[in-house]
Design a binder for this molecule. Structure first.
Ligand code: 13P
Length: 247
């Protein structure tokens, strides 16, 4: 399948960073330009403004790790998509497994967040992925299809504008990466689902996330349906993240 999909590598800093550490990390990413891949960092909300200022004149994009499902109102502690757009965010991660697990985000909430982001022109990076117990019970396909289908249903004709990230929960932060073949087979399922629902599946980017490192990124990204990565731990070290962006 020949498609115009450009590799996208997104760093998810999670709840890591400090002003000096961020400055050093971003300087390292800027110094290593140009990249052939699209590159972005999803940073804690409080650092978005400084990140935007630092990256503004580069082609490295930035985004958030979450977004409110609501446009505005009495939602203490929440951050709206409009606010993210105001800070120039290109992406908002939604439905990360850590938010699904620790903040009880349902498929419906994740879908509403993706919709809220898109409504303000912020591209949602929608995370799906099975737990180890679900994989061992043979439920991987059913779980990721259910998670993705909620978002497809809510986004309707705009669904083709999201980025999807397959992140098997058992591979996140564990050093236990899905093999390229394991990841590819799930990506193929997701792409078929996107194609059936939107007619644009071949043009949509599906990232892999879960213990991506400089030494395994190239074999993962070489798979036909893996269009880049969502990187956690290795996104915190400039040399590692740069190596992955070049993989
Ligand atoms: P690690 O790369 O640290 O496994 O994290 C993956 C992830 O959760 C990215 O969103």
């Amino acid at each position: 399948m020949n498609t115009p999909r450009k590799t996208l590598v997104v760093g998810n800093w999670k709840m890591h960073g400090s002003r000096p550490a961020n400055a050093e990390l971003l300087a390292g990413l800027l110094a290593a330009r140009p990249y052939t891949a699209d590159v972005a960092v999803c940073v804690p909300f409080v650092y978005l403004s400084e990140t935007a200022a630092t990256l503004a004149s580069s082609d490295i994009r930035w985004g958030s790790q979450d977004v409110s499902a609501h446009a505005q109102g009495a939602y203490t502690g929440e951050v709206s998509a409009g606010m993210l757009a105001e800070l120039g965010c290109r992406y908002a991660i939604v439905g990360h497994s850590e938010r699904r697990a620790y903040h009880a985000e349902s498929d419906e909430i994740v879908a509403a967040k993706a919709q809220a982001a898109l409504a303000k022109g912020v591209t949602p990076v929608v995370c799906v992925g099975e737990t180890l117990a679900e994989r061992e019970a043979g439920q991987t396909e059913a779980v990721v299809k259910r998670q993705l289908s909620a978002v497809i249903h809510t986004l309707a004709h705009c669904a083709a504008e999201m980025v999807v990230a397959y992140e098997p929960v058992w591979a996140i932060g564990t050093g236990r990466t899905a093999s390229p073949e394991q990841a590819q087979s799930v990506h193929a399922v997701l792409r078929a689902q996107l194609q059936a629902a939107t007619g644009h599946g071949a043009a949509m980017r599906i990232l892999y996330g879960g213990s991506v490192k400089p030494d395994n990124a190239a074999s993962l990204f070489a798979q036909p349906d893996i269009d880049g990565g969502l990187i956690g731990g290795a996104a915190l070290k400039a040399a590692d993240f740069v190596a992955i962006c070049r993989a």
